[in-house]
Design a protein around this ligand. Structure first.
Ligand SMILES: Nc1ncnc2c1ncn2[C@@H]1O[C@H](COP(=O)(O)OP(=O)(O)OP(=O)(O)O)[C@@H](O)[C@H]1O
Ligand SMILES: [Mg+2]
Length: 285
């Protein structure tokens, strides 16, 4: 057996973590999105990432999949450093992950069946179509969409589409599932169905779950742990009770959906709406 390079081992203190992020900094030009962030995601638990729009939640979970690479810092999966792997190794690694991207995009020209088998075709040599059909049926049953194999995305509601995307995310029986805004765009009942499904998958498949969300009802319901990102840093980290009572004003404003004084000042300073209104006659000669 090949011994792992010492530099590719996770730090001693993080051995309980399935995923470990260590001193991660990510910049785009001069925009420092993640500033020396460290985080350990525990196996079998549900970790929720919250924070204002644009604070770097999607950027953070893209690093867990190495869809983005850090400017500095490291990412580990099962004690193995992954942020420096080549694309072939990353492709193999990603078979351990299921992910539901923001928007949950399905391929519109493919049927539900074809959408769900997409990752299987990408990563495996299919030898038994009978087995694949059984698998698709089982995954669809798991998300409550029995018999929807031959539908096309355009024939489904937003909530149903998210559930098909979820069935696709679990096609390869992942150990970790990453969800980016899974309830956005759904009414509260449909959103709650997704929260229940996330909990069910975690219970029945024993997966490690990471969810990015703005939906505090969902976050409180499903979280073992909630972390809040702000200005490139983790400013709060704990269970739902801890976050609810955390005295930091930015945390309280966020979880209670209140606009901050800074944001209000920007709104007050910007031009009035009437200054920005134009009528068709304004463009006439
Ligand atoms: N590929 C990229 N190139 C340049 N800048 C990027 C890129 N991806 C993200 N950013 C910037 O990084 C910052 C964080 O983006 P990110 O998508 O992580 O925000 P978010 O917290 O997920 O927001 P939202 O809640 O709106 O989804 C933003 O300022 C964004 O413009
Ligand atoms: Mg995002």
């Amino acid at each position: 057996m090949v011994k792992e390079d010492e530099n590719n081992q996770a730090p001693e203190t993080s051995s309980n973590g399935l995923l470990v992020v260590k001193n991660l900094t990510k910049r785009f030009g001069t925009n420092v999105v993640l500033d020396n962030v460290s985080l350990t995601i525990e196996k079998g638990k549900t970790t929720i990432v919250i924070g204002p729009s644009g604070c770097g939640k999607t950027v953070l979970i893209k690093h867990l999949l190495v869809l983005l690479r850090p400017n500095s810092g490291e990412v580990y999966f099962k004690n193995r450093r992954i942020d420096n792997l080549g694309e072939n190794e990353l492709n193999r690694l990603r078979t351990h992950y299921g992910f539901l991207f923001q928007g949950g995009a399905l391929f519109d020209s493919l049927s539900v069946f074809e959408n769900i088998i997409f990752p299987i075709k990408q990563h495996c040599e299919i030898t038994s179509w009978g087995q694949v059909e059984e698998l698709v049926k089982a995954k669809l049953a798991m998300v409550g969409l029995d018999g929807f194999q031959n539908y096309y995305p355009a024939q489904l509601s937003g909530g149903q589409r998210k559930r098909v995307a979820l069935a696709r995310a679990i096609a390869l029986s992942p150990e970790v599932i990453l969800y980016d805004e899974p309830t956005t765009g759904l009414d509260p009942v449909r959103g709650d169905v997704i929260s229940e499904l996330i909990m069910k998958l975690q219970r029945e498949l024993g997966v490690t779950t990471v969810v990015v969300t703005h939906d505090m009802t969902s976050a409180y319901k499903i979280a073992d742990r909630i972390i809040m990102l702000h200005n490139g840093k983790i400013i709060a980290d704990g269970d739902a009770e801890h976050i609810r009572n955390y005295p930091h004003p930015v945390v309280q404003q966020f979880i209670n959906g209140q606009v901050s004084e800074d944001d209000l000042a920007v709104l007050r300073m910007s031009g009035t709406i009437s200054q920005a209104q134009f009528l068709p006659r304004d463009f006439e000669q």
